[in-house]
Design a protein around this ligand. Structure first.
Ligand code: PGA
Ligand code: ZN
Length: 437
């Protein structure tokens, strides 16, 4: 740019990438965006372990270093091609910046530059724009309105599946404090349940440490034993299962299904899609479950539609691997009646604009949505701001331990404090499908 040209303060002056490390000790991409006005925005890409096949590609270098998981090619893409494309663009034009990166990449799944390079950069642009304007990110994303609310936390108590050596097949045994009166109170209640769960597992000799997202790594003999312990933990903490604290499960069935057959190793049996549906519908009858994610594999759309027809009026049937935060997949799923809620993960989409488009598609279908972290996380708290700014009613970030998780819950507390001054700190409980019992 010529000397003397007057620059808009929100124009992008520079973009740089660096390699940082995630909660599993694996490399990941951080992008830093500097604006002409001096503001800086920074964001870090998360990474999944149980990934859907239609996700934006998490680009890894291969080779021998760090198990082939290095990200130096993605970092180089940020520093060269992406930086050159974004320089001088207005950071307030998120859609324009995201579209420029999508076109620069040129592939349908962001495999050339890497979804990790793109998502870190896309989020960093939003942070920089917010910082330059002196507003919190949630307000920058949410615009001029004053009905912001905190989401209702969905918090893991036991970890299983790909996050805990497959000790149990179900990946996440979570609680949702549906009866709590505020975001703060939902964390307080969950903290008590987490402690109670730890104590009863210790007493039963079943404690094996913590899984990838901070939930207890249990030595249960069956998936149902985990459910029984979860109900006991809720009761031991002094809450009513169902009306005060309900259960949410992420089955992550793609991980143990192949060719329509599902191997439940904890239960020592293999079932087909209808058999798995029947088993899960039985759990919905016997346990206070209000949400169930990926109950069937990502290729089993028709079985998922049958499951949704049977269960969808009672619980949230959430698509994660099946939908991959993609507007067109959500629209197609809604057409066949598969799912009634969408998990929203920015790194599955690859840019904030595509993430928002997926959320809009879910809303257009009349679905609920849940903003979600990944199993590989960092101190980055962007998703909390997305949930508040975009008015998403649930937030899933793993358990109530480990700082990459607590950083998100704690960021919510800061936002709650700020909102409570304007009377806005209430969970969006009233609009939940199960309501308050
Ligand atoms: P992932 O797990 O980040 O390993 O994919 C989270 C989830 O399945 O919801
Ligand atoms: Zn999932």
């Amino acid at each position: 740019m010529d000397q003397g040209t007057i620059r808009m303060s929100t124009e992008i002056a520079s973009v740089s990438g660096r390699r940082v490390w995630d909660s599993r000790g694996r490399p990941t991409v951080e992008t830093e965006v500097r604006l002409a006005g001096g503001a800086v925005g920074r964001a870090i890409a998360p990474a999944g372990a149980s990934t859907g096949s239609a996700e934006a590609v998490d680009k890894r270098d291969g080779g021998t270093a760090f198990g082939g998981l290095d990200v130096m090619q993605a970092v180089a893409a940020v520093n060269a091609e992406i930086a050159n494309t974004l320089r001088d663009r207005d950071a307030c034009d998120q859609a324009g910046a995201d579209q420029a990166m999508i076109e620069l990449d040129g592939t349908p799944n962001k495999s050339r530059l890497g979804g990790n390079a793109l998502v870190a950069t896309s989020m960093a642009i939003a942070h920089a724009a917010a910082n330059q304007q002196g507003v919190p990110l949630w307000r920058h994303l949410g615009g001029k309105r004053d009905d912001f609310k905190l989401p209702l936390p969905e918090i893991q108590i036991f970890g299983g599946g790909a996050h805990a050596g497959r000790r149990v097949d179900v990946q996440d045994f979570m609680v949702i404090a549906v009866g709590a009166g505020s975001y703060e109170q939902s964390l307080e209640w969950t903290a008590e349940v987490y402690r109670a769960a730890g104590r009863i597992m210790q007493d039963a000799g079943l404690m094996r440490g913590v899984a990838d997202e901070g939930g207890f790594w249990p030595a249960f003999d069956s998936n149902e034993q985990a459910l029984d312990f979860l109900v006991r933990a809720i009761e031991k903490a002094g809450y009513a299962p169902g009306s005060e604290i309900a259960i949410s499960l992420d089955i992550a069935a793609t991980d143990f299904g192949r060719n329509g057959q599902y191997r439940l190793s904890a239960d020592r049996k293999t079932v087909d899609a209808d058999g798995l549906s029947e088993l899960l519908l039985g759990w919905l009858d016997r346990y206070p479950i209000v949400a169930i994610e990926d109950p069937l594999g990502e290729d089993d759309g028709e079985a998922l539609a049958r499951f949704t027809a049977a269960a969808g009026s009672k619980v949230e049937v959430i698509g994660d691997d099946f939908l991959c935060t993609t507007a067109s997949r959500i629209e197609a799923a809604a057409d066949i009646g598969a799912c009634n809620a969408a998990l929203i993960k920015p790194n599955q989409a690859g840019t904030l604009s595509e993430t928002k488009a997926a959320l809009d598609a879910a809303r257009a279908a009349g679905w609920a949505s849940i903003v979600s972290a990944r199993s590989g996380e960092t101190e980055d708290v962007t998703i909390v701001h997305l949930a508040v700014g975009w008015g998403v009613k649930q937030l899933k970030v793993g358990s109530f331990a480990r700082s990459e998780r607590m950083a998100k819950w704690n960021e919510g507390l800061r936002i709650a404090e700020r909102l409570s001054h304007s009377g806005g700190n209430l969970p969006a409980r009233d609009s939940f499908p199960w309501g308050r019992k």
